[in-house]
Ligand binder design. Structure first.
Ligand SMILES: Nc1ncnc2c1ncn2[C@@H]1O[C@H](COP(=O)(O)OP(=O)(O)OP(=O)(O)O)[C@@H](O)[C@H]1O
Length: 324
């Protein structure tokens, strides 16, 4: 991570609720609280991991802070500018700064467009480059992500999964962004290919001083790649800490359970697997108080009544838990 801990993107009390409609009149009956009050400062040059069970709101958080979803509540302050409530036009220069790498690059590539055309399209939208310059830049990008000029005229179906993800990465870095949300970028790839793509992401981060928000359910990859990790449960933050500290000393009972599922071949570091009781509650009807209390092995009566405050227990290590 780049030396000083300057804040690039400040996410303040962000909520994203989706309406649930029902009845003959399709009236709004309820809301899915996909993201329910997230506040975190994303530091320049870091990789901030976001982990949690499926459906806890990781992807929605990523999309919301990229401005791809409208905020329900909260503020987004990018490099000192509060961009929440900005119009599409006002957001344009900021959108250039922020890009996304998807789990399935195939879904975001047009099957009828050659890879060269797909890359040139980004320059057409965001720059005034001439056709020749666009082609040159597209070829430079292909090389930068480990492909070659010969790939320029090929179609997405002619590539392997790993190569397609390289194309997705080339598109994401084309116009020199500062901040990239990587949404499960290697989950669909074979393990050997995963390692290559992760190495590419790391090299590009160094070269271009990129800041990543890395959404993943793969706790091994997160440990390897991230500087800090945010643990989410039902749209809320339960723990945030530097990566080694979180993995070696998880404090929130949910983080403990989540991390206990990783095989630990480390001598003397035995940690029994903690099996959570009960199902994950619906984000449309989250429990009162602490969202985790219905499955928490150490919950007390007050955990059902009051939402625990977010507090720092050691420098840079935060939790929301009444009992720890
Ligand atoms: N467009 C939408 N409309 C309604 N509900 C949505 C929408 N997008 C997401 N949700 C709901 O919001 C919640 C959070 O979803 P999200 O995809 O952000 O979770 P996630 O942690 O990224 O899950 P996964 O790991 O499975 O991708 C889920 O209950 C999901 O069904």
């Amino acid at each position: 991570m780049a030396g000083s801990a300057q804040v690039l993107y400040s996410v303040k009390g962000v909520k994203k609720y989706y309406p649930v409609k029902g009845g003959i009149l399709r009236r709004i009956k309820n809301h899915v609280k996909a993201v329910d009050g997230i506040s975190v400062d994303i530091l320049k040059g870091e990789t901030l991991g976001v982990v949690g069970e499926s459906g806890c709101g990781k992807s929605t958080l990523g999309r919301t802070i990229l401005g791809l979803e409208q905020l329900t509540e909260g503020n987004l302050v990018y490099n000192g500018t509060n961009i929440s409530g900005y119009s599409k036009k006002e957001l344009k220069p900021f959108k250039k700064e922020m890009q996304m790498i998807f789990q399935d690059p195939y879904a975001s590539l047009n099957p009828k467009q050659t890879v060269g055309e797909a890359l040139e399209e980004v320059f057409i939208i965001h720059t005034n480059l001439s056709g020749k310059e666009r082609r040159e830049n597209a070829i430079r990008l292909l090389k930068e992500v480990g492909l070659t000029e010969e790939h320029f005229d090929r179609y997405p179906h002619e590539f392997s999964g790993g190569q397609r993800q390289r194309i997705g990465i080339a598109r994401a870095i084309a116009i020199n962004p500062s901040f990239i949300v990587c949404d499960e970028p290697v989950s669909a790839l074979d393990v050997s290919v995963q390692a290559q793509v992760i190495k590419l992401l790391q090299d590009l981060q160094k070269k271009h001083e990129l800041t990543y928000l890395f959404v993943s359910h793969d706790l091994g990859v997160v440990r390897h790649l991230c500087n800090r990790v945010l643990v989410m449960y039902l749209g809320q933050m339960v723990e945030l800490a530097p990566v080694d500290r979180l993995y070696e000393n998880p404090v929130h009972p949910y983080t403990e359970a989540l991390l206990s599922s990783i095989p630990r071949p480390v001598v003397g570091a035995k940690r029994d697997r903690i099996r959570l009781q009960g199902d994950l509650p619906s984000p449309a009807n989250p429990p009162t108080g602490c969202p985790f209390h219905t499955r928490c092995p150490i919950a007390k009566d007050h955990c059902a009544a009051e939402r625990p405050e977010w507090r720092e227990i050691e420098e840079g290590h935060y939790i929301a838990c009444h009992e720890r």
